[in-house]
Design a protein around this ligand. Structure first.
Ligand code: 4AZ
Length: 855
């Protein structure tokens, strides 16, 4: 449907067509000889939510064919005239040649021999001058047939209303057509003409509905000459392919055509009734076009009893329908939870999606996933729904066609023998349309799904917030794939839990569905996680891509429009983004560019030592923080102090509520070196920290220092507030560094030069880290500040072996793809360097002036 809506919007830009429209000089009250009987089907005897019509019920219904197939509907108004919609015949502002069209009359089922039907070539197509696009109105067309239709029991004209004819608000009328039975779901064989009863909505009632944001957050201004019919709650409607067909109302034993199916926002959606071209205002135009043809259309006077129809009620003209799905009194007590019981296996959990259908993982029914036959013991299958005294019987199992090989399609639908009455419980869950965009920060929870183990403790009630597509994809997604921009179906949905992982609990083998809430309404957003050790599920397959399959099978699952639209800054992104590469040990060093939610350094840790001092640490693996030795150990002291580490503090988190993590340090590891020990300490945390946007390991790199990378010293401006700040620096070549410090530095020391004015940004005592961003976009730890210095850093690259062995899963990037300096041989330094060494900038200047002699 999104394509369709797009089309509607595109058509808006099209200019008017030169042609047929001229103001009629005919008076609306002028009488025609009433020689043509109209609007009376032979006494006897989709449209969304409709049903098969009986042959001969709607004898004026015409099927308009183009390129060999049905494209639009129409109505016979005189032997040689068919009324239809302009948009069926106008493409890119141009009227299509009449010769390409044909009218099929008296057809009931479009499959097989068209018994009793006959075809007429179209001689001319007439469209009002002022038609430009459906949304600007005048969506009406007249087709002159090359030869008159043969009138008979299945081919008769409908009556047309005069300009003065009034159809009252609330009148029950009928729409007919061979259009889609739901959005993107064509009428199935044998293509029997569908009929649906629709109620006329007065202008105010309809405008009120369309003034509220609907799909795509759109509103719409009704224009004169448009008419609405349908229901605030949706579910019965016209759809693509019904266009041009009639909306007819019976008055005094005759059927009058009140409207021409024109457009709508989607089909059968809540608060989005179908929009029709009102026929009465076009009396003069129609008369004008058909003048001279005999017999012409009939415009019988409106029967007097019908004229006194109800005026549109003033107080009731704004009845807005609320969602009928996805409501619960209390999160966790899910009124759609369905327990499926199959003889010989443990119960399996799914969700009620309509009066008659339950959605569950196909893996609940292993023997039946890829079989077309119904299970032989289906009579013994039962479904227990909340507040139902007895379990329901099952009529049919429909596995998803890809269920056996695609985990994202591990779905099956179960039809109940008898529909259940929907109330507070059972109540179906809402399902998202494919274009649904669950906003980052959406509140979500888990619900039981499939045959997994129950959750440890009360954990299933945990509240979670959805990560943005970038974070979800870059933390857990496939490598190398780009992140889908907002509005495109996501590849994964990731909840970030608001509470910390429970110690010692294990979520092994438990399967969950992800429910997300919008405006108090719960959607089934995702299914099945990737089992990740004992951890809570973090990645879900989006359900939205399956919406069309579910509605196709169930014909009435509750697909609900997106209800929350505050996209925030992310909504402005339209370009696809890519993620930095992962390491063998997972994602590291991720930071969205540009940082959307303010500055964010998810690897920056506050290391609180013995309640005395706080210094910077860097998360280098899920359970390890690297800090400067002098910060955690006092010289001469032999006791390990009490150390707490905080992550996810300071800076703005992409989660609306900052997600803070704290851990105790249970051991301190120092590098084992024969000579001078680099002043680096690895702090072992009391438990792992799950990677998230607020606590994520930085990447490490084995050798050298980066060439041409942008590097930063990260610290706090103020030791009290500890708001992270980053100062831009250049890392000096080893020779410059050596000369500047007269060779006094221990091996593996890096010197930096601060960019103009950046020098005083970080607080010195906090032992800030030195980071660089690689060309691939990952952030890499390069060194930790040497005690008491702003410019000197102990390089981490040379300590790869020690870090890898101690930490186990250190995120070292592969050496390639990260250009770096090799160790330089020359020790030659200009003689004046020593004098200038108090000022690195002056020293550097001197050094650059000196011609270099390389060996
Ligand atoms: C169409 O595309 C169309 N739900 C017709 C009617 C409606 C939507 C689309 C109204 O022809």
């Amino acid at each position: 449907m999104s394509q369709h809506l797009l089309l509607l919007l595109v058509i808006l830009a099209i200019s008017p067509i030169p042609g047929a429209f001229q103001d009629s000089a005919l008076s609306p009250t002028q009488e025609e000889p009433e020689d043509l009987d109209c609007g009376r089907p032979e006494p006897s005897a989709r449209i969304v939510g409709g049903s098969d019509s009986q042959p001969g019920t709607w004898p004026w219904q015409v099927s308009l064919h183009h390129g060999g197939g049905h494209i639009c509907g129409g109505s016979l108004i005189a032997p040689s005239w068919v009324l239809s919609a302009a948009h069926c015949f106008v493409t890119n502002g141009t009227l299509e040649p009449a010769a390409e069209w044909s009218a099929v009359l008296g057809v009931h089922s479009q499959d097989g021999p068209l018994d009793g039907a006959h075809v007429r070539a179209v001689a001319a197509i007439l469209v009002p001058d002022n038609y430009s696009s459906v949304e600007r109105g005048a969506d009406v067309a007249l087709l002159r047939l090359a030869s008159p239709a043969r009138l008979g029991p299945s081919v008769r004209p409908v009556c047309l209303p005069r300009a003065s004819h009034r159809f009252a608000h609330g009148t029950a009328c009928w729409a007919t057509g061979w259009g889609d039975v739901q959005e993107e779901d064509p009428l199935p064989l044998p293509w029997v003409l569908q009929e649906v009863e629709l109620r006329l909505l007065g202008e105010a009632a309809c405008q009120c509905l369309y003034s509220r944001p609907g799909p795509f957050n759109l509103t719409f201004q009704l224009l004169p000459g448009m008419l609405c019919a349908g229901y605030p709650e949706g579910r019965r409607d016209t759809c693509q392919g019904d266009s041009g067909g009639p909306l007819v109302c019976e008055e005094g034993g005759r059927w009058f055509q009140a409207g021409i199916t024109s457009f709508g926002f989607g089909c059968g959606r809540r608060n989005r009734p179908g929009v029709f071209t009102a026929v009465a205002p076009y009396e003069a135009w129609i008369r004008e076009q058909v003048s001279g043809s005999d017999p012409g259309p009939a415009f019988p006077t409106q029967p007097p009893e019908a004229q006194s129809g109800l005026p549109e009620p003033m107080n009731e003209n704004c009845t807005i329908a609320l969602p009928e799905c996805g409501k619960t009194r209390r999160p966790g007590a899910w009124p759609w939870e369905a327990q499926v019981m199959v003889p010989g296996s443990r119960p399996c959990y799914g969700a009620l999606v309509s009066e008659s259908w339950v959605l569950a993982p196909a893996s609940c029914f292993p023997g039946h996933i890829s079989s077309d036959r119904q299970p032989s013991d289906l009579d013994y299958w039962r479904v227990q729904l909340p507040s139902r005294p007895r379990a329901e019987q099952v009529a049919r199992l429909v596995p998803h066609e890809n269920a056996s090989w695609d985990d994202a399609s591990n779905l099956a639908l179960l039809q109940l023998r008898a529909p259940v009455n929907l109330s507070a419980a059972p109540r179906p869950v809402c399902l998202p349309h494919p274009e649904h965009y669950f906003l980052p920060g959406s509140r979500c929870r888990l619900a039981r799904w499939g045959r997994g183990e129950p959750a440890p403790g009360a954990s299933s009630l945990l509240e979670a917030e959805l990560l943005s597509a970038w974070w979800c994809h870059c933390l857990y997604g496939r490598q190398g794939a780009s992140v889908p921009p907002p509005g495109e179906p996501p590849q994964a949905l990731c909840p970030a839990y608001q509470e910390e992982e429970e110690e010692g609990s294990c979520w092994n083998y438990s399967h969950w569905s992800l429910l997300c809430r919008e405006e108090g309404t719960w959607f089934l957003a995702g299914i099945r996680d990737f089992p990740s050790d004992c951890l809570r599920p973090r990645v879900f397959y989006p359900l939205q891509t399956h919406g069309p399959w579910i509605s196709h099978v169930t014909r009435g699952a509750y697909l609900e429009d997106q209800l929350a639209w505050d996209w925030g800054p992310e909504g402005e992104e339209t370009e696809a983004k890519t993620c930095p590469p992962h390491t063998e040990n997972g994602a590291c060093g991720l930071r969205p560019e540009p940082a959307l939610m303010g500055v964010l350094w998810p690897w920056l840790a506050e290391v609180h030592v013995a309640g005395e001092r706080v210094c910077a640490g860097i998360l280098v693996a899920p359970g390890w923080v690297l800090a400067a030795t002098h910060c955690v150990l006092r010289p001469g002291s032999t006791t390990v102090p009490y150390i707490e580490v905080y992550l996810g503090r300071g800076g703005a988190s992409p989660l609306p509520q900052s997600h803070q993590v704290s851990r105790l340090v249970i051991s301190i590891r120092l590098p084992r070196h024969l000579g001078l020990r680099p002043p680096l300490a690895l702090l072992e945390l009391s438990s792992r920290v799950e990677p998230s946007p607020s606590a994520l390991p930085i990447c490490l790199h084995p050798g050298g220092t980066p060439l041409g990378a942008s590097c930063w010293v990260l610290g706090w401006k103020d030791p009290q507030d500890r708001v992270p700040v980053a100062a831009a620096v250049s890392i000096l070549t080893p020779r410059l560094c050596h000369c500047l410090y007269q060779g006094l530095l221990p091996p593996g020391t890096l010197c930096v030069l601060y960019a103009e004015g950046q020098e005083d940004r970080c607080e010195v005592t906090s032992a800030p880290p030195l980071l660089c961003q690689t060309e691939g976009g990952s952030w890499v730890l390069v060194g930790m500040a040497v005690r008491g210095s702003r410019e000197l850093f102990a390089a981490t690259g040379p300590e790869e072996a020690w870090i890898s062995q101690t930490v186990g899963e250190a995120p070292f990037l592969p050496p390639s793809g990260f250009p770096h300096w090799l160790t330089e041989g020359s020790d030659l330094c200009p003689p004046d360097m020593a004098r200038a060494s108090g000022s690195p900038r002056a020293a550097l200047f001197l050094l650059l002036l000196t011609p270099l002699i390389q060996g």
